[in-house]
Design a protein around this ligand. Structure first.
Ligand SMILES: C[S@@+](CC[C@H](N)C(=O)[O-])C[C@H]1O[C@@H](n2cnc3c(N)ncnc32)[C@H](O)[C@@H]1O
Length: 364
């Protein structure tokens, strides 16, 4: 309460103190006085049909909340363009080669891959059909076929994702003597608070501490593998193999929130105005690809992948033009920073051609 003007004003922001008031109201209404699993809370926070975080454009980039590799510099896309052209060549240079990018955001990666193809290889560009699947705030590049759901499977092509799986809603568990107890969320009248749910049985789960289960990742990876009969699936994401993700020393899980380029661990503030992300279980992704009949390569670090792809040479090639040279050099430092984007992991899955080890996957 405040009475500095001689009248008493109630300045408590109510639902607004937890984030976007309309979204908070929608979540509290769905809770209906009870608790919902954290996974549902995260789904509503990020993907509520009207007020979810990802429904609005401008989330990725200097004016948004966080940076992804395509937003650092187009050279990230040039490296992937070269990798895709190699795949096209291994397939015998089919007349149509479809690249499908789920979670394409506003299309920065698509643009840099298409620009690279246009500048480098007319035959490859001629064959290239680019399909972006983005159900939330899609881009506008007219060279791209924008869809909000997957296309039919293609005969020859590749699926490319950057930071898709780490944006999926996850279940959270607190492991203790009784086993893993699922985290639920309720509204206590002023804020969102956690509440214990039921005990679960999860193979290989940690015996103590907090951990997440991204149970949508495996079926999604299987679906993505089903989109290309011959070709590749190339995944860039923050994550670890399961033994690292669920290592006994990792007692607080991997959940992180991003709000105006500040990282923190509280998903119950700025609800609808901040990103929520967790590290991906790469063992799940590899199993899903293998179960779909793909050979799996990696995961390797993004840093190793980009150096092996030849981005060092791309920087050196600009030496004659100092501004461009420093821009590329700074970008490569950021894309390969071992404390930042360089930690992103890259997994490739290939099917329908005998290529051996794809470029970038020679060492981990
Ligand atoms: C962290 S952002 C990454 C955006 C972009 N790939 C980049 O690197 O800047 C995650 C994106 O995945 C999208 N997304 C989430 N679930 C999806 C799904 N099931 N299918 C397609 N896109 C999805 C979100 O709308 C969001 O644009």
């Amino acid at each position: 309460m405040c009475d500095t003007w001689g009248v008493t004003l109630d300045l408590d922001p109510g639902l607004g103190s937890a984030g976007n008031p309309r979204l908070v109201r929608a979540i509290v209404d769905e809770m209906n006085g009870g608790a919902i699993p954290f996974e549902r809370f995260m789904e509503l926070a990020l993907y509520h049909p009207k007020y979810g975080y990802y429904r609005k454009p401008g989330r990725v980039g200097p004016d948004g909340d966080f940076l992804t590799s395509p937003a650092i510099h187009p050279m990230f896309g040039w490296a992937i363009g070269g990798w895709l052209r190699w795949t096209w060549q291994q397939l015998g240079e089919p007349t149509t080669f479809t690249v499908i990018e789920p979670g394409a955001g506003e299309g920065l990666l698509a643009a840099s891959i298409l620009d690279w193809a246009e500048g480098r290889d007319d035959n490859f560009r001629e064959a290239l059909r680019y399909v972006a699947i983005e159900p939330n705030a899609p881009g506008r590049d007219s060279r791209v076929e924008w869809r909000d759901s997957p296309p039919d499977a293609v005969e020859a092509g590749a699926v490319v994702t950057n930071e898709l799986f780490d944006a999926f809603p996850v279940r959270i568990f607190d492991a203790g003597e009784r086993g893993p107890i699922e985290v639920f969320v309720r509204w206590d009248g002023e804020r969102f608070v956690e509440a214990p749910g039921g005990v679960a049985s999860i193979d290989g789960a940690p015996e103590s501490g907090r951990f997440e289960v991204n149970q949508r990742a495996y079926p999604a990876m299987r679906d993505l593998c089903g989109l290309v009969e011959r070709g590749a699936v190339l995944v860039f994401d923050y994550g670890y193999p399961q033994e690292d993700l669920w290592a006994p020393w990792r007692t607080t899980g991997t959940l992180l929130c991003f709000y105006r380029h500040t990282a923190h661990e509280n998903p119950y503030i700025h609800v609808g105005d901040q990103d929520i992300t967790t590290h991906v279980n790469f063992t799940d992704l590899a199993f899903a690809a293998q179960a779909s009949g793909f050979d799996v390569h990696g995961p390797v670090s993004q840093s190793a992948f980009l150096w092996a792809a030849g981005l060092g040479e791309v920087v050196e090639a600009a030496r004659a033009e100092m501004a461009e040279y420093f821009s590329r050099r700074r970008a490569l430092e950021r894309l390969t920073d071992s404390a930042g984007l360089g930690r992103v992991r890259v997994l490739a899955a290939t099917r329908g051609f005998a290529a051996g080890t794809p470029p970038g996957f020679g060492e981990s």
